[in-house]
Design a protein around this ligand. Sequence first.
Ligand SMILES: [Zn+2]
Length: 275
Amino acid sequence: METFYQELEKVMTLAARQLYHRYRIQARLKVKDMPFLMGQGLYLDSENLKSDDYIAQVIKHGTLSIGFIGLAEALICLTGQHHGEDPSAQRLGLEIVSFMRKMTDNFCDEYDLNYTLLATPAEGLSGRFVTIDRRRFGVISGVTDREYYTNSFHVPVHYEISTFDKIRIEGPYHRLTNAGHISYVELQSPPIHNLEAYEAILRQMAISDMGYAGINFPIDECLSCFHHGIMEDECPSCGSTQIRRIRRITGYLSTVDRFNDAKQAELRDRVKHQM
Ligand SMILES: [Zn+2]
C-alpha cells in the first residue's frame, strides 16, 4: 500500500506540474488571440481587459483538473475485489480518492490556482491505457482483460448489481470529485409506465449525495415507419430492419455506430440494473 500511495503521489505531482506548464503557456496569449471568448467579454473579468493585454489575470479563474479512471481495476490489483463486491474495497476506494482530493487541495495552496479532482469518463483513454498496460503487464484477470478501463469511480459495467446498491456505493465519491462527476443506472426499457420507480431512483440518488446522475434506457426507432420501442432484429410494427439504436454512453445520446471501439465494447458489456 505504501508503494501504491508513493506512485500515486508521484503521478499526481507530475500531472499538477504539467497543468501548470500549460497554464503558463496559455497565460502568454493576449485578448486579441481569443477575439471571441476574451474579446467579446464572455470569460469572467475579461470585459476589463484591452486587446493587447495578457489573459493571465483572468484565466486564473479557470480550473486545472486532474482526472482518473479505473478505480475498480486498481482495487482488484490491491485487494482482489472491487468496491461493488466488497465493503472493505469500498472503504479503500474512498480512502484513495480522498487522498487524491487532498492532494489537489494542496496544489491549490502551492500554486495559488484552482486545482480540482475529476471523475473522468475517458472516451479515448479508457481503451488506450488498457492496451498500453496489457503490453507491459500482460493479461491480468479483472484488470487488463477487457478492452477498456472502468470510468472514474464506477462499479464495473459488467457487474451484476441492483440499482440501489450501485447508487449507494458510488454516491460518496461525488463530493470528493469537485471538478465533476456522474453516476448512472441502466434500465431495461423506457420507464414511461413506471413513474413511481423512476421517482424512487431519483430519491435514492439524492439521499446518496449524488451531484449529477443519469437514468439510461435504450430507445430504438424504426427508420421506415418511425415506430419507437425496444426492437430485436426487426420492427414489430412494419417488419423493417432499418433500425436506429440510440444509447447514452459518454454523457451524450448517440447512435451506437458513432462510439469508438472501446466504448462499443463497454456498451456490449453493460448489464441492466434491477430494482
Ligand atoms: Zn417500422
